[in-house]
Each structure stands twice: as structure tokens, then as C-alpha cells.
Design a binder for this molecule. Structure first.
Ligand code: NAG
Length: 206
């Protein structure tokens, strides 16, 4: 009886030790993403973009959500670019409907709304495509290449809008207003493109 009791408590002890060990290794295997490390990832990623300061102030609040993931960084960047682009389209559209605009000014603004509106579609499609489950390999590369093409096209649209405004026919104050919004859109889109490129390269070289 005493021997059996000793055996059982020995077994219990062994199980306990195993449990503690596996719990320990389980905890060690979980990546520790405290905010310092997540923020550092944002900082170093932003340094590879053309607008590191705008990038860091924009993305730092999302650091713990992104958790050091290049894919999540790219998705967040596309989503932020999309939201900013949508807002810019709406505000330029309402500017274009103001009274007192010369016909040429209204036309230039409407062109902008159309071009930046195309960017909205391209960014939306990119987010959808990035979110699809990947079959890996050539499928992944083709998909990333499509996304790179669309985000580059969005960037070109933003430039086209601003080029269309640079003629003398548009009032300077109006030009400045539109420019301020579209420049922000272009910068965020350029950051999104950098992060998409980074994710494509990182995942391909794995
Ligand atoms: C963009 O806007 C959508 C809808 O308003 C929102 O759900 C999403 O969180 C926004 N994206 C970011 C990154 O803030």
C-alpha cells in the first residue's frame, strides 16, 4: 500500500515537472512583442521609405497591432492610404461644386476627383488581393506583382492630379488646398508601396 502511494506521488511529481517544463518552453516560444519592440519595427521600417517622419507618426499608434509583421504592416499601410484617398476625393469633389469657380478650375478639380477616385479602386483591390489566402510560390509572386502595379498606378494618378492643377488657370488658394490633401495621399501611397515591396521581397526570400 505504502509503495503504491509512493509510486503515485512520484508519478504526480513527474507529471508536474513535465507540465512546468512544457509550459515554460511554450512561454519561451511565444514571441514577446512588448510595445518597445513593435515600435522599433515601425521605426526601422519607416526609415526605408521616402517619408520617414510622416511614416513614423502615422504608424506608431498601430505598432502593437502590427506586431512586427511585414504583411500586417503592408495591409495597414494600404488601409491608411485608402482612407486618406477616400477623404481627399470627397473634399476635392465638394470644392469642385463651389460657386464662383471658373469653368477651367471646376474642370481641373473634376479631373482630380476622377483620377484620385481611380486610386481608391486600385487601393481597395490591392487590400482585397493581399487578404486572400495564398497558394504560395508563383501564385504569391503574381499576386504581389499585381498589387505593386496597382499601387504604382495609384501613385501616378495622384501626380497626374497635381500636374493638372499646376497650370496658371487655377486660383492659387484653391490649388494649395487641393495640393495639401493630395500630397498627403501621395506620400501615404508611396509608403504603402514601399511596405508592399518589402513584404514581397521578405516573403520571396524565405
Ligand atoms: C479605414 O477606415 C475604415 C472604415 O472607416 C476603418 O474600419 C479602418 O480601421 C480604417 N483603417 C485604418 C488603418 O485606420
Amino acid at each position: 500500500m505504502a509503495a503504491a502511494g509512493f509510486f503515485f506521488s512520484l508519478t504526480a511529481l513527474v507529471i508536474l515537472i513535465q507540465l512546468a517544463t512544457s509550459l515554460n518552453s511554450c512561454l519561451a516560444a511565444t514571441p514577446v512583442h512588448h510595445s518597445g519592440r513593435s515600435t522599433r519595427f515601425i521605426r526601422t521600417s519607416c526609415q526605408t521609405t521616402l517619408h520617414p517622419n510622416l511614416c513614423f507618426t502615422t504608424f506608431a499608434p498601430y505598432a502593437t497591432r502590427i506586431r512586427g509583421s511585414p504583411r500586417s504592416l503592408a495591409t495597414t499601410a494600404l488601409s491608411l492610404a485608402l482612407n486618406t484617398t477616400r477623404f481627399a476625393t470627397k473634399s476635392v469633389a465638394s470644392l469642385s461644386k463651389r460657386h464662383g469657380l471658373k469653368r477651367r478650375e471646376a474642370a481641373a478639380l473634376r479631373d482630380c476627383v476622377q483620377e484620385v477616385g481611380d486610386s481608391v479602386d486600385e487601393l481597395k483591390d490591392s487590400i482585397t488581393k493581399l487578404g486572400l489566402p495564398s497558394a504560395g510560390g508563383s501564385d504569391f509572386r503574381r499576386r504581389m506583382s499585381d498589387i505593386q502595379t496597382w499601387v504604382s498606378a495609384a501613385l501616378t494618378n495622384d501626380d497626374t492630379c497635381m500636374d493638372g492643377l499646376s497650370g496658371k488657370s487655377v486660383n492659387r488658394i484653391l490649388k494649395t488646398r487641393v495640393r495639401r490633401r493630395v500630397v498627403k495621399v501621395a506620400h501615404l501611397t508611396s509608403i504603402a508601396l514601399a511596405f508592399v515591396n518589402r513584404y514581397a521581397a521578405a516573403a520571396t526570400h524565405k
